[in-house]
Design a protein around this ligand. Structure first.
Ligand code: TRP
Length: 333
């Protein structure tokens, strides 16, 4: 008998441009997971407004991210791909879960502390409540697996705590989700400052490679990447962080192992190596960008994906919400 597929949930905010670090850490990973799980992938626009957004840009980034997901190989027929704000159950469950979450727990969240420091003029309730909305996202879908980056681990732990708390207070209602953390050397660092993770919002955009960077930009950025004073393409994360990061990137984008890459560039200079890294990345991005551009021109198709995603997501989400309402004593019509 075939085993039941587990439910898997993840989301990305439609804020800035995604970097190749987001691609490797999230989207590419999801593409591989979509056959083995029942997948729900959301565009978390309700999370995005916890910091001020320009409405026109938010709208545009939402469509771009949707098209990018599909261009990268997320199949909207296999997965439930949808926009968070299209499923009101997220806000509704968030409200209920707020009553099972302590203010002190939220104030201790690392991301809340970081973001309040960064946006000191706008420490709003949404920012504090961000992890509860994320718990609602996950718990609505009876999620068993959540692929996320390490930076989201604390949020996932809170989602588990809230699920367990609610289940204990009433009776089993939510699946308790497990995190799936990407294994291996897939952490991609800033190419100008390899001590830092590659980020959407780095101070210097030349340290990050964006999914939207064209071929010339990609090659130019890699040309200027930080290396070291040796002339040996060898993996040594501690002593050669710049070269090691480039080797990781090259390995992911060329499909070669680190050892194969080291052998390929034995006796060659850093210039040749950096050019090859740039070309490998550009070769992968170019067709994705072309497909994304094509999809963005087909608004009817994208609207259709959103509509079908919203319907399918709502079906599962509303079942869970109805259970919750019943348990807490809300009368249903
Ligand atoms: N907070 C996540 C991030 O910034 C995005 C997100 C929102 C998410 N809801 C989620 C991730 C639910 C996993 C599950 O990366």
């Amino acid at each position: 008998m075939e085993e039941r597929k587990k439910n898997l949930y993840s989301a990305v905010q439609p804020t800035n441009n995604l970097t190749i670090g987001n691609y490797i850490g999230a989207v590419q990973n999801w593409v591989e997971l979509q056959d083995g799980y029942n997948c729900f992938f959301a565009i978390a626009n309700m999370h995005a407004i916890t910091v001020r957004q320009n409405p026109a840009e938010l709208r545009q980034h939402t469509l771009e991210l949707l098209a990018l997901y599909i261009a990268c190989g997320i199949n909207p027929e296999k997965c439930v791909l949808y926009l968070q704000s299209h499923v009101p159950a997220h806000a509704e469950l968030c409200w209920v879960l707020n009553n099972y979450t302590y203010v002190g727990e939220m104030e201790r969240m690392t991301q809340y502390k970081d973001k309040s420091a960064k946006h000191a003029d706008n420490i709003n309730m949404g920012l504090l409540d961000y992890p509860v909305l994320m718990a609602a996202d996950i718990l609505l879908y009876q999620t068993e697996a959540v692929p996320v980056g390490r930076d989201q681990r604390q949020h996932l732990e809170i989602a588990r705590d809230i699920a367990i708390r609610f289940n204990n207070a009433y009776s089993p209602t939510f699946a308790v989700p497990e995190g799936i953390y990407v294994k291996g050397g897939a952490k991609i660092c800033d190419i100008l400052n390899p001590a830092k993770k590659m980020s959407k919002s780095a101070e210097n955009p030349n340290g990050s490679i964006f999914m939207s960077d064209d071929r010339d930009t990609v090659i130019r950025k890699f040309k200027r990447a930080v290396t070291d004073s040796e002339a040996e393409v060898r993996y040594d994360a501690e002593n050669k962080p710049g070269i090691s990061n480039l080797l990781s990137i090259y390995s992911v984008f060329s499909g070669k192992t680190i050892e194969q890459a080291e052998a390929e560039f034995a006796g060659k200079g850093y210039g040749d190596f950096k050019l090859a890294v740039g070309e490998a990345v550009a070769d992968k991005l170019t067709p994705i960008q072309a497909e994304q551009a094509k999809l963005l021109k087909d608004r009817d198709y994208l609207n259709g994906v959103l509509k079908s995603g919203a319907e399918r997501a709502s079906y599962t989400a509303n079942k869970t919400l109805a259970k919750v309402y019943k348990k807490i004593g809300f009368i249903q019509l």
